[in-house]
Design a protein around this ligand. Sequence first.
Ligand code: NAP
Length: 285
Amino acid sequence: MVMNTKPRLFESIGVIGTGKMGTALIKGLLKEKLVKPDQIIAYDISNEYLMALVEETNINAALNNQQVVEQSNIVFICVKPQVFETTLQKLQTAFTRDHLVISIAAGVPLATIERLTGNARCIRIMPNMPFQIGEGAAGYSLGTRNDNRDSEIVEIVFGSLGKVFHFPEYLLDAVTGLSGTGPAYVFVFIEALADGGVLAGLPRREALILSAQTVMGAAKLLLEQNVHPGVLKDAIMSPGGTTASALQLMEARGFRSILIDAVEAATKKSQYLGQNTLSYSDHLV
Ligand SMILES: NC(=O)c1ccc[n+]([C@@H]2O[C@H](COP(=O)([O-])OP(=O)(O)OC[C@H]3O[C@@H](n4cnc5c(N)ncnc54)[C@H](OP(=O)(O)O)[C@@H]3O)[C@@H](O)[C@H]2O)c1
């Protein structure tokens, strides 16, 4: 007999903010069958987004954030960092020690999350967009009031939605710079690769699929074989061949250092935004 060992969550789930990430999270949880739709209650200030999501997924819509908190054990905070404080300030008295609050807001420190949520146990996590298809990459930090079940929950949720690692909080800016923001770099890479294919004569649609599949296949091979990327690169690069010519040009134009600098720039921006009062003109992730 085949045993179903897939983890499940029995806690009730609340989601505050059902924009891009809140929606992706809910869809990911349902796709991975971690929870049933009636275990989730969500609220968004934009009724249109919320209702479209409710219609699509059969989750429960709350009338306000207060109701989300009152009817959930685990509350995901998925609003923009700029409105984080004003959103949670109104809810402080609704949170109790029985709540686990998981914030995905970039740059909002655990100290702020704990200050705004009464005695709730808090976790700060930096996920990324592909978690909606179970291929996310995330780093998280625990607050000062967590118990062992809290780490278990965050590992179950984000482990089911991709890969997740525990870090000291100061490293979450680096996680933001690498994997939080990273899918955008990869989309640019895929688009540019396809443009190269089109320049070389391929039709656009096929060029895009070949490009995306190449990125996915290479990443999957690396993760499955668990070897250094240089080993796989060497296996493709034959003496005097096409790969060697392409890599010579990429090295000459600084391809590696552009990526290293990009991650560093995003990390620094995340550090800066986390240390300063945010306004609507500041954009995170
Ligand atoms: N996008 C990414 O790839 C990514 C990656 C990692 C982490 N994050 C973090 O994820 C969080 C959400 O980002 P996002 O891209 O999903 O933003 P988003 O699409 O703007 O979603 C946020 C949603 O929250 C709603 N909202 C605003 N105030 C609210 C309130 N008081 N109560 C309930 N809902 C409220 C917004 O409505 P209005 O639009 O009407 O204001 C919007 O629908 C951010 O903190 C970001 O730092 C994002």
